[in-house]
Write a protein that binds this ligand. Sequence first.
Ligand code: COA
Length: 259
Amino acid sequence: MSWREEAVDAAGRRLAFAEAGPPPGAPLVFLHGAGGTREVWARLGHGLSRKGRRVLALDLPGHGRSGGPGCRSIEEYAAWVLRFLGAQGLRRPVLAGHSMGGAVALACALSSAEALGGLILLGTGARLRVLDSILQGLRADFARAVDAIVGYSFAPGAPPALAEETRRELLACPPGVAEGDLRACDAFDVMDRLGEVTLPTLVLCGESDALTPSKYSRFLAGRIPGARLAIVEKAGHMLMLERPAQVGEAIAAFLDSLP
Ligand code: COA
């Protein structure tokens, strides 16, 4: 089954996304991380769509084919995502977000749980302080800051081609958008609000994640009522690229468990 590419206007603005898998059915909507695009979900999305899941992967404003300016806060991205879901008429989709995308998914769950059917949080946290050296470096020397981020993104022994792919993706992001993303992450903090999450939740994290350490995921799973936790072996921050089969199995089992 191949990706179908589409674009919609949400509140007068073009948002691009890819879709695969058979409608109808409650879809799974993927949200990429800071400076990324929907391409990061290609392997995992293909695997899940082959198993009969309807999968959509969105380019957030400012990213990939959506283009335009990025947002200045996690809440602003969340408002875009909720408008996109409404514009597409998607009924109670499961939102799956990675890193900054996980923060966006959490913000959607906290503001509009009634619009969603579940939450999958990958390599993320309830608070996402960013190293000052990364924030400063993005402005001073973008390519070098990207190299630093990529250097932290994979478990030891990950194929160099994956790091190269991620480096290319990040370098393609306008520096101002990438910096805005990481500043939005740095300001994000819902550590005191996790008890308010009412959606079925799966938390996934690479055991060697150096950017959002597994401590952050344990915290999420410990505080979100009923949440399940899966720590993925031999994976770092980019677990869906590093271990797509294991991540896909955990997601499929979670989706099967939903009412
Ligand atoms: N979940 C659970 N615990 C968290 C947390 C989260 N999301 N965020 C922070 N904490 C914990 C920290 O582990 C720390 O605990 P400790 O006192 O037991 O060591 C405490 O809360 C205070 O953390 P923080 O205010 O973030 O300060 P810090 O000085 O420990 O760390 C950084 C600041 C930037 C160095 C750190 O957040 C880090 O290394 N981040 C990862 C690198 C990065 O830039 N990631 C990008 C994410 S998009």
